[in-house]
Design a protein around this ligand. Structure first.
Ligand code: GCU
Length: 604
């Protein structure tokens, strides 16, 4: 099986979603980028005055011009340098009380020095901007991106000037009916430059993308490809080396600058949760050398089993939002990732569901370092407009950006196309097409989705959703004892039925509790009630013969505008096994013990 690199990033038909034409740069942190994080001046612009007025030469002329008063009588009605500042990376909601619920536009400004070098190219790389970004450099619009959780880059070689450069970004987090996600979701609508901004330089011809993974059909072979970009990309030598394995091979690019790569994998240690072994991989083409750390493993489905390196595995997981461990706000750093994923390891997890959107790259790389398998997901959540071609194009763009960023990461084993989407022909067509796109971009991993469409008849829950026939692994969200009439103790007796012959992951179950609030097993919101929900759901799960994983909802309490109950929620979703202050609840220890037993039962 030849792992072709992703085709050029889909330049979407609809102008409303016109994408930045540049294709995604692979492994940017290995290029010693200029990190533009830190204090950015901002202008809060709820009426988008600074965007629409630039057609008329008036006082609030386009904010992206960053005009300064040169004569005392001039009228300019904005000033990035005299106003508030925001830290990048970070959401604006938790940095300024005036912005806690804000949904609109904030303009960001960062000045930085640059000395052009004739044989170098330069790109601005954004880890993510939620939700829509317009990018301006030195007063000129250079790029645009829609989608709040995936990276994008813009070549600025011709736009940079010698000396000080002024980068201005308009970020608008308003929810859209034709968005992905759409206007209704159960997480905080954190806006802003929520992940790092980098200035990346490369040689004129450089290694833009590559993928190196074990071929699922012939796991003794690493197969993939290297894509060069630049005037001398075609017909050039490329070398790929894995020094520790004493591997060093040379390939030649084709007319499109692409070189198919094949390396022997015999003797390479397989990456696994027990031994998350990664190898230094050195790629070299002309003046460009790029180093990565790549783990090699296989993941496949065989009947109702998920096999990691050919051995059946049970995914002992937990779901997470991308929220800082203490106090909320977008998590964007390796340190936050280490704490959150450390809690998962403490709970005896070997797996995490990074819900409901692609998390930042540090989360994925930290999971890979800690030996946590990953379910990655695009925010096709609830009721997106499945019949709208522009919405499909946006979903496909986000899937492509997610896969292109992380497909060298051994930890990632599942790409999820959706969460709890209502049954319809349009939805099935939309998600089937999205699954096909993923399989074309990355044939080495499994496709999944979280469904909540099971049918309940006389104590039996039937998995009954045509999408289950499309995915490789079926995710099921089920809240027995929390939503619906059943009290927790009724859950233990429930049976599940599946006619799909596929592995099932219980991708969500659980209930809420205010940490420190105790009572009886019938007192809603107490840790006692939450523990009872877990106790009886775990008994139910123990009796599902085709169950191959669990990722209870959710590791940590998280902010949600849908959860206003005073003194209990206060705009926090309290289903965390850990509180927003990092304190474990009783149910955390139930999961920890259940997973300890699962590890013994499954032998890893
Ligand atoms: C849903 C949904 C989650 C949500 C959770 C809840 O299943 O997938 O995003 O937070 O239930 O109701 O808490």
């Amino acid at each position: 099986m030849l792992l072709r690199l992703a085709p050029l990033l889909l330049v979407v038909a609809s102008p409303a979603f016109a994408q930045v034409p540049d294709r995604l740069l692979q492994n940017v942190y290995a290029r010693d980028p200029l990190v533009l994080d830190g204090r950015w001046g901002v202008v809060i612009d709820p009426f988008e005055t600074g965007y629409y007025n630039h057609r008329y030469e008036i006082a609030s002329d386009g904010f992206f011009r960053d005009r300064k008063m040169t004569r005392p009588w001039e009228l300019i009605e904005y000033d990035f340098d005299a106003g508030p500042a925001l830290h990048v990376p970070g959401d604006w909601n938790t940095q300024d009380d005036r912005l806690f619920f804000y949904e609109g536009t904030v303009w960001y400004k960062r000045a930085f020095p640059y000395t052009p070098a004739s044989d170098r190219r330069a790109f601005l790389y954004f880890g993510a901007a939620n939700y829509e970004a317009h990018v301006y450099l030195n007063g000129e619009r250079i790029g645009h991106h829609v989608g709040g959780f995936t990276p994008f880059n813009i070549e600025v070689t011709e736009h940079l000037r010698d000396g000080e450069n002024v980068l201005i970004v308009k970020v608008d987090n308003r929810r859209r009916h034709d968005g992905v996600p759409t206007v209704n979701f159960d997480w905080w609508n954190y806006g802003g430059l929520t992940r790092s901004v980098l200035l990346v330089t490369t040689p004129a011809t450089f290694i833009r993308d590559y993928v190196l993974q074990l071929d699922p059909d012939t796991p003794e072979v690493i197969r993939g490809g290297v894509q060069l970009d630049g005037p001398e990309a075609a017909g050039r030598p490329v070398t790929v080396a894995i020094p520790e394995a004493n591997l060093h091979r040379r390939f030649t690019t084709d007319a499109q600058g692409y070189a198919a790569v094949e390396l022997p994998a015999t003797g390479l240690a397989r990456w696994s949760p027990a031994d998350p072994k990664r190898y230094e991989v050195i790629l070299q083409a002309g003046e460009d050398t790029l180093t990565d750390e790549i783990g090699f493993r296989t993941i496949e489905r065989r009947g109702e089993d998920i096999l990691l390196n050919g051995k059946p595995i049970f995914l002992r997981g937990v779901s997470l939002h991308e929220e800082r461990p203490f106090g909320g706000g977008r998590a964007a750093t390796p340190e936050a990732a280490a704490v959150l994923l450390g809690w998962a390891r403490e709970m005896n997890c070997n797996f995490v569901r990074l819900a409901h959107y692609p998390h930042n790259e540090h989360m994925v790389r930290t999971a890979e370092r800690l030996g946590l398998l990953v379910w990655a997901e695009v925010p096709v959540y609830w009721t997106v407009q499945f019949e709208n071609p522009a919405v499909y194009a946006l979903a496909e763009q986000q899937v492509t950006e997610m896969v292109m960023r992380d497909r060298n990461r051994a930890a990632v084993i599942l790409w999820s196309v959706a969460n709890e989407t209502p049954l319809s022909e349009a939805r099935l067509a939309f998600l089937s097409r999205l699954a096909a796109t993923i399989r074309r971009l990355d044939p080495t991993r499994l496709v999944t989705a979280a469904l909540d469409t099971q049918r309940h008849e006389e104590g039996i829950l039937y998995i009954d959703d045509p999408l289950a026939g499309v995915v490789d692994v079926i995710g099921i969200n089920s809240y027995c004892g929390w939503y619906g009439p059943a009290l927790p103790e009724a859950c233990a007796g429930l049976r599940w039925q599946s006619d799909y012959g596929k592995p099932v992951i219980m991708s969500e179950f659980g209930g809420g509790a205010l940490q420190g609030y105790h009572g009886t097993a019938l007192d809603r919101w107490t840790e006692t009630y939450q523990a009872s929900v877990y106790e009886h759901n775990l008994a139910m799960l123990d009796r599902i013969p085709f169950l191959r994983g669990t990722s209870p909802w959710i590791l940590k309490d998280f902010r949600s505008p849908r959860r206003p109950l005073p003194r209990i929620q206060d705009f926090w979703n309290r289903k965390g096994l850990v509180s927003d202050a990092g304190l474990r609840k009783k149910a955390f220890y139930l999961m920890q013990a259940w997973y300890r037993d699962k590890a013994a039962e499954w032998g890893w």
